[in-house]
Design a protein around this ligand. Sequence first.
Ligand code: ATP
Length: 238
Amino acid sequence: MLEIRDLSAFYGNIQALREVSLRVPDTQIVSIVGANGAGKSTLLKSIAGVLPSKTGSISHEGVEISSLAQKAIVERGISLVPEGRQLFTQLSVLDNLHLGAYSYYRRKNKKLISDTLEEVYAMFPRLQERLSQTAGTLSGGEQQMLSIGRALMGRPRLLMLDEPSLGLAPLVVEEILNTIATLNQTGATILLVEQNAGEALQLSHYAYVLETGRVVHEGEGETLLHDPAIEKAYLGGA
Ligand code: ATP
């Protein structure tokens, strides 16, 4: 379980998050939706320890992690699939996957690495067919799969995804979202940031709506999906 209380985050003088409180219970999908600039990416970066300047509490499995370094947070099993994928484009698919398992290399746990690779191949057969291809030459959808696969190589207990559907064709979006649902069905806890609010709410057990750095609505995905105020502001409803 991840529990955030009164989290504020700052870029210099700019306050991007204002006293955000939320919970991500184990084995659930929780979504953060909101317009451009609402603070969604900032929230994930704050949890991942990428942004240094914040106040408030972030507790993971009962341990306060808000002052831990990024590396220590990864080692606790929290993985971020960043917006824009951020792959090593000149390296092969296999090298990118191996880089996701670096903490297991340090522990020389080869069996776990090969077992995890097999799990990633089962989830994304298309990656297995392209192991020696450089990541930069993959299609957009394949790059997103690789970015998720690389995060899964670290066997995360909490997987955070920042706009995984961004820039992808509708069919590919469907495929990526189905993968997220499947991951969750196999026990993964997921914190998902999406501008594609309708799709995200359908998929989520619970969701929070951010507006200019504040949580302005929250509720079960299904409930928010049919909330007239949410429909009007985020789902293109009348
Ligand atoms: P989008 O959907 O467009 O990615 P978002 O909801 O993820 O938006 P953030 O990227 O978290 O929003 O940005 C929140 C606010 O913080 C915005 O006003 C943005 O301009 C500001 N911001 C983000 N990154 C920085 C930065 N590195 N320096 C200064 N301000 C920033």
